[in-house]
Write a protein that binds this ligand. Structure first.
Ligand code: TRP
Length: 408
């Protein structure tokens, strides 16, 4: 098998310890410095930096996912700044609005896993797992449900838009309605501090923080408040569809998928929405709302000009010419196509290699799910203890009640 396609185990204490032994000394110092930075004065403890994030497996991942979250995850993974990284394929959440189509979810788990691996998520550094294989998450959600009101859920703007998009106005499945609570379980089960995601996930994070505060003040400090990590480039916050519509969405057919062929990508780019009033080359063109330029904002670097478009030094010069008039859409589109092909080519190549070892990908997901399950179970044990529903471990409870009843 090709060495690139080899899939390794998710990090676990033993294999990590053994393999990285040689490097351990060097690492210790870094680790200490970084730990000191995260001393928490409320709990008097050093806080680990932990990432949890994920995607619903309802289709292959596209450029919107890539710039909105995936690319950043890989950078964060390789920065070595985080103690633990969990990447979740949220199949249970996907089922909340696909209850009648579990086959779609089932088929897309492998697509999302392949997209992850081909973008550079590395099971040695990040635990990649499947949500439904960690049933502890359901139990946590069930307890959290007591800490959230129906009216609070009704105010969630992301859920509101999603309800409209799915024509759920008159009959919302309870599971769908409560998915922000389930998402709070996903995050808190791993004591995640950091959730890299698009801005549409902010209401979910707000809900999770509220649950954490409510839980901790009611039962004791167990859970950790997470914060969202948004993309650092505003064009990446929400990449529009190729038709200029607000969001890439499979149903609108306006996506560029990470696994699209070079021809597909080119076709999409060449038919992209631009400035509808820019009819003749010599006309002045508009940049705002011009999808080609939004994509350039997200992907273009100065070195791309030297390589593919030496007439200009940088994006500002290109924009200025377009606004002045005299620059045709086709030239700009060809430039964008070159940039996107360069970005996507290595991803495509890696995907092809991983596709040769599907059983290996499933094996990786299985191990990841086992590791995730252990972590979630440990948090759940803390939760049960804090809620005092750990009856069999509570010798004092049994002893006091025994005495009370005996002396009656
Ligand atoms: N809601 C996310 C999406 O639609 C997927 C998701 C589920 C998630 N659980 C999560 C994201 C926890 C971040 C953290 O893509």
């Amino acid at each position: 098998m090709n060495s690139h396609a080899r899939i390794s185990n998710p990090p676990d204490e033993t294999s990590h310890g053994k393999k990285k032994n040689a490097k351990l000394k060097v690492k210790t110092k870094e680790y200490k410095i970084h730990k000191q930075k995260h001393f928490c004065f409320i709990t008097n403890k050093y806080m680990s930096k932990i990432i949890l994030t994920g995607d619903r497996p309802t289709g292959r991942l596209h450029l919107g996912h890539y710039v909105g979250s995936l690319k950043r995850r890989v950078e964060l993974q390789n920065s070595g700044e985080f103690d633990k990284i969990y990447i979740m394929i949220a199949d249970a959440q996907a089922l909340t609005d696909n209850a009648d189509n579990p086959e779609k979810v089932r088929q897309n788990i492998i697509e999302v896993a392949l997209d992850y691996l081909s973008c550079g998520l590395d099971p040695e550094k990040s635990t990649i797992f499947i949500q439904s294989q960690v049933p502890e998450l359901c139990e946590l959600a069930f307890y959290y449900m007591n800490l959230v009101t129906v009216s609070r859920l009704q105010r969630n703007p992301t859920v509101k838009t999603e309800i409209q998009m799915r024509n759920f106005e008159t009959s919302i499945p309870v599971g769908f309605f409560t998915y922000p609570i389930s998402q709070a379980s996903d995050i808190t089960a791993f004591k995640a501090t950091t959730v890299p995601a698009g801005e549409d996930q902010e209401p979910m994070l707000e809900q999770a923080r509220e649950i954490v505060r409510r839980f901790n003040s009611t039962y004791g400090e167990v859970l950790v408040e997470p914060s969202i990590l948004l993309p650092n480039n505003s064009a990446c916050l929400r990449l529009p569809g190729t038709d200029g519509k607000a969001k890439m969405s499979k149903s609108l057919g306006n996506c560029i998928y990470l696994s699209d062929t070079p021809e597909d990508v080119k076709k999409r780019v060449m038919s992209m929405f631009t400035d509808p009033d820019h009819l003749r080359v010599q006309d002045p063109g508009k940049i705002e709302g011009n999808t080609v330029f939004t994509y350039l904002d997200a992907f273009c670097k100065d070195e791309h000009f030297a390589k593919y478009f030496p007439d200009y030094a940088n994006l500002d010069e290109l924009k200025a010419h377009y606004q002045r008039g005299g620059l045709g859409d086709v030239k700009v589109k060809k430039f964008l196509n070159a940039i996107l092909q360069e970005e996507l080519e290595p991803i495509r190549e890696r995907r092809k290699q991983f596709e040769q070892d599907i059983p290996g990908v499933y094996q990786m997901l299985k191990r990841g799910s086992e590791v995730a399950r252990e972590t979630a179970a440990a948090t759940l044990a803390d939760v049960r203890k804090a809620m005092r529903i750990n009856y069999f471990d509570d010798e004092e409870l049994i002893r006091t009640q025994a005495e009370q009843k005996r002396n009656k």
